[in-house]
Design a binder for this molecule. Structure first.
Ligand code: HEC
Length: 136
């Protein structure tokens, strides 16, 4: 492991850092996909699929590293039974299912991509509303 390589490159035991690194990947993939969906970048089916796959695998992994006591410190993770109860599993499943459905559709043109990407975008806010604190 490279010391000081920063959050994006490190997969260490700190649940907060790991969580934030994963969500940064989600954000980056979202930017690529969102630019294409809005017509601000040219649609490219392989890039679209890669962004969708990144979103899907990140969301799946995200839930695995939520643990008790990891809601204190430099984190926007909200304290409400992170990953254990309540709406969190629902929100995670929605996001994972929306991205899985989008992958399965293998969109080959912009309009079919837009159709499957919409629900993926909506799934972000559904979880953030309850489980992500606003930045201080
Ligand atoms: C299952 C819940 C859940 C879903 C679904 C989800 N997020 Fe998040 N997201 C979180 C939580 C919790 C945090 C705060 C993590 C922390 O600070 O420890 C977060 C943080 C972030 C961050 C800030 C990362 C950082 O620290 O710089 C970005 C960007 C982000 N999410 C984008 C997205 C996008 C885009 C989607 C949809 C594709 C999405 N999220 C879906 C729960 C979720």
């Amino acid at each position: 492991m490279v010391v000081g390589a920063g959050m994006a490159a490190s997969a260490n035991d700190d649940p907060i850092e790991s969580r934030q690194a994963i969500m940064k990947n989600v954000g980056a993939a979202m930017q690529v996909a969102g630019n294409m969906a809005r017509g601000e970048a040219e649609f490219e089916s392989r890039a679209a699929l890669m962004a969708l796959r990144t979103l899907n695998s990140s969301i799946i992994g995200f839930t695995q590293i939520l643990s008790r006591g990891s809601d204190e410190g430099d984190t926007q993770g909200a304290s409400r039974d992170l990953g254990e109860h309540g709406r969190f599993p629902v929100a995670r499943r929605c996001a994972a299912e929306a991205s899985a459905a989008a992958i399965e559709a293998e969109p080959q043109d912009l309009s079919s991509f837009q159709a499957v990407f919409g629900p993926v975008g909506q799934s972000c806010g559904a979880c953030h509303e309850d489980y992500r604190r606003p930045q201080d």
